[in-house]
Ligand binder design. Sequence first.
Ligand code: AOF
Ligand code: ZN
Length: 357
Amino acid sequence: MELAIELAKKGTGAVNPNPLVGAVIVKGDRIIGQGYHARYGDLHAERAAFASLTEDATGAEMYVTLEPCCHYGKQPPCTLAIVEHGIKKVYVGSDDPNDKVAGKGIAFLREHGVEVETGVMKDACDAINPVFFHYITTKLPYVVMKYAMSMDGKIAAYTGKSQWITGEAARQHVQETRNWLKGIMVGCNTVLQDDPALTCRIEGGRNPVRIVCDSHLRIPLDCRLVQTAVDVPTIVATLDGASDKAKELQQANVQILQCKEKDGRIDLYDLMVQLGAQDIDGILLEGGGTLNEQALAQDIVQEVQVYIAPKIIGGAEAKTPVEGKGVPDPNGAYRFAFDRMEQVGDDILLRYRKEKR
Ligand code: AOF
Ligand code: ZN
């Protein structure tokens, strides 16, 4: 199953909004087939594993990170292939919450005489698909709020200068996250201040769909995002979708999303519904502080990734990751559950998940 998990991860960035899935076929002490879901619409992991068989699979066992599907989608049911190949036993990691599958895949296998053991390395298997599990059940993107700060919680110096808080390794790590999540979102202030490209600069990676929250279309036509919108999908979410500026942006190949209003600003929940409808199953929220505060207040954040650099910047005026007024009492704070921690170069990455309410 460990191998199946490693295989599954190879599909990162290429299968959305499908899950990452890996499968390994074992006969005696030999691995006779292995595969993974490599691209949206392509072979599922199980069929990819069968396609790689080095010998007949009759009586063999399969390890698969997700419950095999039993429906006709872009691909025929994997359960059918498992039965046809005479697999004796299947070890399953995660359950598939997709309505079309949800237990029916396992039931089909058992009805056809295949032994099934579920929950095998379930936590490790679940950990590769938080995006899929959230999106398939809600049709809303899995939003990861990410920021990099100093030991004293600053994301920039009082001058506004923010390059760089974290080291090279952490910045490279963020590139991997950009490849993992289908969309990346910032507020208009970030565009005005940093003129970012928001592309994925790792080899073999793909660029995320870039989303700017810009209530009143202050985004400059000559910024990098607009200038490169012909090559990289770019969305501007706004309240002023019928304006002349909106038309100019559309002429530059920017997609304009007219959003509902909430307290004079973009209703982020409505925006998530619209992005989910475009198959955007995950979003990296790279701030800044104003958008972060609204994202928390409107409860769209599923995970928070905090990079902490071993530096102290200081300054009462220096910016922090979440602006606005904040909550009046720590007891009323937005709560998250600690997930895991890792060292990335000289920096530390902390991950928190939304607490199940
Ligand atoms: C599996 N193995 O490798 C994957 C599964 O449209 P389709 O045919 O690609 O089906 C997509 C659905 O199938 C997806 O929502 C999820 O429930 C399941 N994905 N299942 O047995 C795989 N990628
Ligand atoms: Zn399948």
